[in-house]
Design a protein around this ligand. Structure first.
Ligand SMILES: C[S@@+](CC[C@H](N)C(=O)[O-])C[C@H]1O[C@@H](n2cnc3c(N)ncnc32)[C@H](O)[C@@H]1O
Length: 444
């Protein structure tokens, strides 16, 4: 019996996430799976993201009915079980027999015929009623342990957030991570807005930025305007970081792919020259494809040893990071990241930041940013790079935010909630966007 294209896609993507440390959102938007019909792509996205968001809850349910320890199961078997368990526990529009049957067929397609009977036996023991955790259980959690259990986040992460932000804010973060985030687009042209609306999209003004719209209805990613690069999907927190970079004539974007911020820098500085550096050749290719602005030059290079002999009046250092501020979009990160990874990331980030600081012209500004909630990757990196760099001073981000507000580019009223000391700090669930950190340094 054929399996539906959406489940084949979900199974294949989840396997690659497990085996190759691939990113689900990148695979979902790869040419292979972009070819799915809109309905199949929608269901594949729901299954992939749902399984990754609720993995620990699903595994507890499967473990209840599996005669074998989950750690002893082949990854194909575990993924097929998770896909079915998610449908049975979380989705009310899919008949139970369809969920079971399709996961059994996935086993046969994966040439695991003997495991097909096992998958069937486990899934048939699942109770008839759905077992989705109640949304309120996250708000009712009284300890990091209860919150980790209810919200499907690793305990170590919840514990460190509770220490950094307190329990109430950690609950808000966890709740935000467990829902599909709203889609935001960068949109600076009223004609493009009308064009999107004329094709059925329903847009609302972004709560943070004048240049942002929320997509309330419609798939803008397949619109001509998006395909031609006249608008693009970009979280408002990410847009805000690019706004902080401001305007200049020579701009360095030192960790640039996939290029959301590069595009904004190019659009907002049409007479400026943007050098976009990316370490990985395949990501640089993606960057070149997405960012076709004539004032952008893409270079494949290591940002720790920048092969540029000139100085820049604006520099963006958007370093590779743990991504803990983006778990609603990239839920696999929470299962992959280990506490020890933070020290390795920090060392790399300090090296990239120090290298970028050497390329700032006198009087020029540098923005260091991450999409991480972790101090090791944020304040600690900035402090380490500034130690001994007497020719740099840390600027207060709230001054730049107020300036953006007076020019009408920034709409959010409560500037104070977005800053911690001199730093920009968006927190998912507290603010309507992913978690970003930014620091602005000026070369004196
Ligand atoms: C956080 S992402 C940048 C996101 C990008 N600024 C945007 O807004 O779309 C970090 C990027 O840095 C790249 N990268 C990692 N190590 C690097 C290095 N040593 N030099 C340059 N780029 C690096 C990664 O491949 C990744 O594409």
């Amino acid at each position: 019996m054929p399996v539906s294209p959406s489940r084949v896609a979900a199974f294949s993507i989840l396997l690659r996430v497990e085996k190759e440390r691939a990113y689900a959102s990148e695979l979902l938007h790869s040419p292979r799976w972009e070819e799915l019909s809109s309905a199949d792509h929608g269901l594949a996205t729901e299954l992939v993201m749902g399984v990754l968001r609720w993995r620990s809850v699903l595994d507890r349910q499967i473990a209840e009915f599996s005669a074998q320890e989950l750690t002893r199961l082949d990854v194909e078997v575990l993924v097929a079980l998770r896909v079915a368990a998610y449908q049975m526990s979380f989705l009310d529009r899919i008949p139970r027999r369809v969920a079971v049957h399709e996961s059994v067929e996935l086993m046969k397609r994966a040439k695991k015929r003997s495991a097909a009977a096992f998958v069937n036996a486990v899934l048939r023991k699942f109770p008839q009623q759905r077992r989705q955790p109640k949304p309120a259980s996250i708000q009712l959690a009284r300890t990091p342990g209860e919150l980790s259990f209810a919200s499907a986040h690793p305990l170590w992460l919840v514990e460190r957030w509770e220490r950094a932000f307190g329990l109430a804010v950690t609950q808000q973060i966890c709740e935000y991570d467990q829902r599909p985030p709203e889609t935001a687009v960068y949109l600076d042209d009223a004609n493009v807005e009308h064009e999107l609306e004329s094709t059925g999209a329903c847009l609302a003004r972004g709560p943070l930025l004048d240049s942002a719209r929320r997509v309330l209805r419609g798939d803008v990613s397949r619109s001509r305007a998006c395909l031609e690069g006249r608008t693009w999907i970009q979280d408002e927190g990410s847009q805000l970081v690019a706004h902080l970079v401001g305007r200049g004539e020579r701009i360095l974007d030192s960790c640039a792919a996939p290029g959301g911020k590069t595009r904004m820098l190019a659009r907002r500085n049409p007479r400026g020259e943007v050098i976009a550096v990316e370490l990985h050749a395949y990501r640089a290719r993606l960057l070149r494809k997405l960012v076709n602005n004539p004032n952008v030059q893409v270079m494949i290079a290591d940002a720790r040893e920048l092969p540029v002999g000139v100085d820049f009046d604006r520099v963006l250092i958007d370093v590779p990071c743990s991504g803990t501020g983006t778990l609603a979009r990239n839920p696999e990160i929470k299962w992959r990241l280990q506490p020890d990874d933070l020290a390795d990331l920090r060392a790399k980030q300090i090296a990239i930041l120090r290298s970028g600081m050497q390329r700032v012209a006198r009087g020029g500004k540098l923005v260091y940013s991450t999409c991480s909630l972790e101090e090791e990757e944020n304040v600690e990196v900035v402090e380490a790079a500034l130690a001994g760099a007497g020719d740099f001073r840390l600027l207060n981000c709230s001054i730049e935010l107020e300036r953006l507000r007076s020019s009408g580019e920034f709409r959010w009223k409560d500037v104070a909630s977005l800053v911690r000391g001199p730093y920009l700090r968006t927190i998912p669930g507290v603010h309507p966007c992913d978690g970003f950190f930014a620091a602005t340094l000026e070369k004196t």
